[in-house]
Design a protein around this ligand. Structure first.
Ligand code: FAD
Length: 478
């Protein structure tokens, strides 16, 4: 669409908290002579419970604001019902005609954007210009030859891989500075600060911002990508990128990451890593196509599972007190860092849903609160995968054995020792099964079973049989 260069525009930041390689921002700067940069504290999205997820997100917003101040660029922090905020801007800025933002393709964001775009067009006479930026390929871009959407990952990935990817976009700071404007609206910087809970400092504050994200990407390419294929499943080796928290806030662009990986020296790690980026696009597409999947199992045959939902067991899982050392180490990693290794997310999710027969929605909600990289599409997708309720998920009769997984992916028990220090002195394989320690060994290693460390809260073998039966009952009712 032709845009009038003499117009004033608004650039609305949401999950794209960066200046570099930002599609909507680049377009706004290109087609406007004045641009107001805004972030809105939307009451619909502010959680009164002050979660780690929320503190992490708003710490990133604050960092963007601070980074821009240093560059002499103003980001206006606004607050309130979106319709009122945009009406107010129009009142103060009658010659405002274009609103720019990067698409949210699913969940609340999608409905919010539709509502705002409609109101701006019909009431304010403002055109909205939105772009695919959060993903390499948007939710509607990749279809089967017959026009249908994909349900299974592998054929989606094959098609995804063949398609050209957009290159990173260059934006000049000087252009932004020259065109940047401010409005005399109430500033909500203080409210923004209050949303960053100091208690979550461990997971949040000191690592935010575009510069941190770019540094991490560089370090990953230099030091880890060549081992990614081989080591990514070992939580102690820590061979993954940790870029998820920055992708989630948009402090780094997915195009920048893709391009850096493409240019990295050859090696098995590159394709494996790129495949993970495709999972992110895949889950975004699935969520866009199945908007009720946060509350509904995607597989109809598993909508009638009779969950046990024992609140005491759930608490033990949350706090890392199940008596299964790797499960406990993983949950404590989440509780103390705001992040959990991917392999461990799969194991703890399988344990919760299959061994404890607790509804995957409970686990999804806990992760939602606790993860600094919380992304609705990937989190719901990951949980439905582990619970065998997703479109392309682990078969229902596959129940991860937490002890075997522990021996396989943390063979020396180093990760367990790090996060479950009460087991750190155990030598040999019994670190994976402390319930097998003899009294003499307990004394030697300073462990008192059921006192300093819990006995297993379930018998995995029996729990596995029970889970399969419950899933099969749900299939029978269907
Ligand atoms: P890397 O291995 O370095 O991967 C690079 C990037 O690829 C990640 O940053 C992420 O953007 C993407 N990616 C990797 N694996 C997946 C995957 N399985 N699904 C989707 N994208 C992937 N990821 C989130 O970003 N937010 C979530 O809320 C989230 N919840 C999850 C819940 C469960 C139950 C499971 C099993 C997985 C979940 N994941 C989630 C996916 C995955 O665990 C994380 O993306 C990954 O651990 C992030 O660490 P990393 O950046 O070091 O990953």
């Amino acid at each position: 669409m032709e845009k009038n260069l003499s117009q004033t525009s608004v650039m609305w930041f949401r999950r794209d908290l960066r200046i570099t390689d930002n599609v909507a921002l680049a377009e706004a700067i290109k087609y406007s002579d004045k641009v107001l940069l805004i972030f809105i504290l939307d009451p619909q999205q502010v959680n009164k419970r002050s979660t780690v997820n929320q503190s992490a997100f708003f710490a990133s917003v604050k960092q963007l604001k601070d980074d821009l101040i240093h560059k002499d660029i103003h980001l206006q922090i606004l607050q309130g019902d979106l319709i009122s905020v945009f009406s107010k801007i129009k009142q103060l800025l009658p010659n405002w005609h274009n609103l720019y933002f990067n698409n949210d393709e699913n969940g609340y964001g999608r409905l919010r954007d539709q509502k705002v775009a409609k109101y701006c067009r019909e009431v304010l006479g403002v055109s909205s210009h939105s772009f695919v930026d959060y993903n390499l390929h948007g939710a509607t871009e990749i279809k089967k030859d017959n026009g249908e959407s994909y349900k299974m990952f592998t054929p989606y990935f094959k098609k995804w891989l063949q398609l050209p990817k957009k290159a990173p976009i260059q934006i000049q700071f000087d252009d932004i500075r020259q065109k940047n404007m401010s409005l005399s609206l109430t500033n909500y910087d203080g409210q923004l600060n209050q949303l960053i809970n100091e208690h979550h400092k461990y997971a949040v504050i000191d690592q935010v911002g575009e510069a941190s994200a770019n540094k991490l990407l560089k370090a990953f390419i230099q030091n880890k990508i060549s081992y990614y294929e081989e080591k990514r499943d070992n939580p102690m080796f820590d061979g993954t990128s940790h870029l998820s928290r920055y992708l989630r806030t948009g402090e780094i662009s997915i195009r920048t990451i893709y391009e850096a990986v493409r240019q990295a020296p050859d090696g098995d790690g590159r394709l494996t890593f790129i495949k993970e980026l495709c999972w992110r696009d895949y889950y975004n597409m699935i969520y866009a196509n199945y908007p009720d999947q946060q509350t509904h199992a995607l597989r109809s045959e598993f909508q009638n599972i009779v969950w046990k939902n024992n609140a005491v067991d759930f608490k033990k899982w949350q706090t890392g007190q199940t008596g299964f050392p790797l499960i406990d180490a993983a949950m404590r990693q989440l509780n103390t860092t705001g992040w959990m290794h991917n392999r461990l997310r799969m194991i703890v999710a399988s344990f919760l849903t299959k061994d404890l027969l607790i509804d995957w929605r409970w686990g999804e909600a806990y992760f939602r609160d606790m993860l600094v990289d919380y992304d609705p599409a990937s989190n719901i997708g990951g949980w439905q995968w582990a619970a065998s309720t997703g479109t392309d998920s682990v078969p229902y009769f596959r129940v991860f054995n937490p002890t075997l997984q522990s021996k396989k992916f943390d063979p020396k028990g180093q990760f367990i020792a790090k996060f479950v220090p009460e087991l750190a002195r155990i030598k040999g394989q019994k670190i994976h099964e402390p319930n097998l320690l003899t009294l003499v060994e307990q004394k030697e290693y300073g462990v008192k079973l059921a006192l300093t460390y819990p006995s297993p809260i379930v018998n995995h073998k029996l729990a596995r049989t029970r889970a399969i039966a419950v899933y099969e009952e749900s299939k029978d009712v269907f």
